[in-house]
Design a protein around this ligand. Structure first.
Ligand code: FE2
Length: 319
């Protein structure tokens, strides 16, 4: 560097690891004290590559993690799962029912679900426990024209009270039962467009995932079949990237243009990740219709902090 003005972005590198999704950023020490140019570069990389990975962020604790998230937007609490320690950094712990081995975007059962999620590896199993991400904008772009038209005309109802038994045919442990009881302590239902226009990039992206219960106005068999067709385009390996966690890794993803899947294959080895989510806005479909909250009447305040979507009207004022 030849200039004397602070320009830490000069050291920042972005290396793609997949053709359609995923990049590794290096040359940055994450925290709440990054300069504006670096934050802008990180945000731009997340919007372009959908998920970006940072190695060796061992210095980050829950406060530093939250402080970094705050540079991307307002941190929000999970709508139903209370924080164990009064921090926004939500624990995803496989010892406490924290498994996410279904394709989903985070918290899509509320209208203004998080824009970005920042996940940090605290305890990593000796093998397995990888996470996959899929680019839902690339999935939409790759649809044949008739399927694009069909998808754009559909809306889907998402709920946190999804068909849990069907997704976990093995008998649930007591831990899992308790987790589910807390997870569904308030039952949310939100109707989203199946194709969302991204508020920052203008890209169209499919909005489906495991919280989707049914497509509005269709019989359940038709709904399941159509969701299966569209979801299969998201899960195509070409649209995905897979990350093998090391302790100290951080993944930042655009939750509005991705789904992810935590692979549950590390047996009884502990896996603890911490997640900070930042507030998003109410999705808008290709026809201009916004998502709407069907139940309850409004998103209640969580036991601490701000609720997802708190910075909006919760989608009640449909345009
Ligand atoms: Fe998730």
């Amino acid at each position: 560097m030849t200039t004397t003005a602070p320009a830490p972005t000069a050291a920042l590198t972005v290396e793609r690891i997949g053709g359609r999704i995923g990049a590794v950023m290096s040359g940055v020490r994450l925290g709440g004290d990054l300069d504006g140019a670096t934050v802008a570069a990180i945000r731009a990389a997340a919007l372009e590559h959908k998920v970006v990975f940072f190695r060796d962020q061992h210095h980050l604790d829950t406060d530093g993690h939250e402080a970094f998230g705050r540079l991307l937007g307002e941190p929000v609490a999970h709508p139903t799962v209370p924080s164990v320690d009064g921090k926004y950094a939500f624990a995803v712990d496989n010892d406490h029912g924290g498994r996410a081995n279904q394709w989903h975007s985070d918290v899509t059962f509320v209208p203004a679900f998080p824009a970005f999620s920042v996940l940090r590896a605290e305890v990593v199993p000796p093998y397995g426990g990888n996470t996959l991400w899929a680019n839902t904008a690339a999935a939409y772009a790759g649809l044949p024209a008739p399927l694009k038209v069909l998808a754009e005309s559909l809306r889907g109802v998402h709920t946190n009270d999804y068909d849990y038994a069907a997704s976990r045919p093995e008998a649930p442990s007591e831990e899992l039962r308790q987790h589910r009881q807390i997870f569904t302590s308030t039952r949310f239902e939100t109707e989203h467009p199946v194709v969302r226009v991204h508020p920052e990039t203008g890209e169209r992206a499919l909005l489906l995932g495991s919280f989707l219960q049914r497509l509005s106005g269709l019989r359940s068999g038709d709904s399941r079949a159509l969701v299966g067709v569209l979801q299969s385009h998201i899960e195509r390996p070409e649209n995905t990237v897979r990350w093998q966690w090391r302790a100290g890794d951080v993944a930042l993803w655009d939750n509005r243009a991705t789904q992810h899947y935590g692979v549950d294959d590390s047996d009884d080895h502990r896996r603890v990740l911490r997640r900070v989510t930042v507030d998003g806005d109410v999705p808008v479909g290709v026809d201009g219709r916004r998502s709407t909250l069907l139940a309850p009447e409004s998103v209640p305040d969580p036991s601490y902090g701000r609720a997802s979507g708190a910075s909006t009207d919760g989608g009640l004022a449909e345009a």
